[in-house]
Design a binder for this molecule. Sequence first.
Ligand code: SF4
Ligand code: SF4
Length: 231
Amino acid sequence: MLTDIIHLKKRKILAQIYKLHDDFLQKFNIACKKYCSHCCTRNVIITTLEADEIVDSLISTKQEHLLEKLKNEIARVRFIPKTTTNMLAVLCANGKDIPEEESDVSWGSCPFLIDKKCPVYEKRPFGCRCFVSTSDCSKKGYAEINPFVITVNNLFLQFIEHVDSQGYSGNFTDIILYAEAKRNKFPKDSAVPEMFRNKLVKNHPITFLPIPPEDKVRIEPVLQALQNIRV
Ligand code: SF4
Ligand code: SF4
């Protein structure tokens, strides 16, 4: 019961974090729009907290067939992260090597994408929300991302992981299926089932914010707003 209340609170915090980021992006001339899907790859990383939101949305909108679609594509190659954003920050702070990771856009589009539409657009994870370009990728062939937006995006990723520090990060496919399995088949606190081992990375709280010196003053209001989120 208490864990349910805490989880609900975390999901309300997540909604506020998304809103804060939407508001932040208003200041930039962003080319991204609904149904623009060139950046919708199968390599998106999400947290379990975000996945819970998406799985609930799929069920409430009667789109469970999308979960079957994910299961049918489970054998396909996709980016499997070895670290999380907060782990990377700590490795950088300590001058440690970053593990090599392989990710390739040619591995294909997001398994949820249908006719260039995202069926969970309103609930899409931050990994999708933060990929924004100041020019249309379909015309340029690549995204143009403001360096300050990249710094702020990283800060948001760190906060989302911090809020979900009891959970996991991983590839969209794995984490969504894990969230569904957890919802249906095993208690919240039980061990991770075998099929998800080596696919999920444990989340961590924030211990270090790697903000470039040139962004330290400019990012302060965003940092304050994130720290002031209350539910
Ligand atoms: S990042 Fe590029 S492909 Fe993705 S929504 Fe924005 S403009 Fe479209
Ligand atoms: S979840 Fe939606 S926005 Fe994100 S990659 Fe998939 S189709 Fe695109």
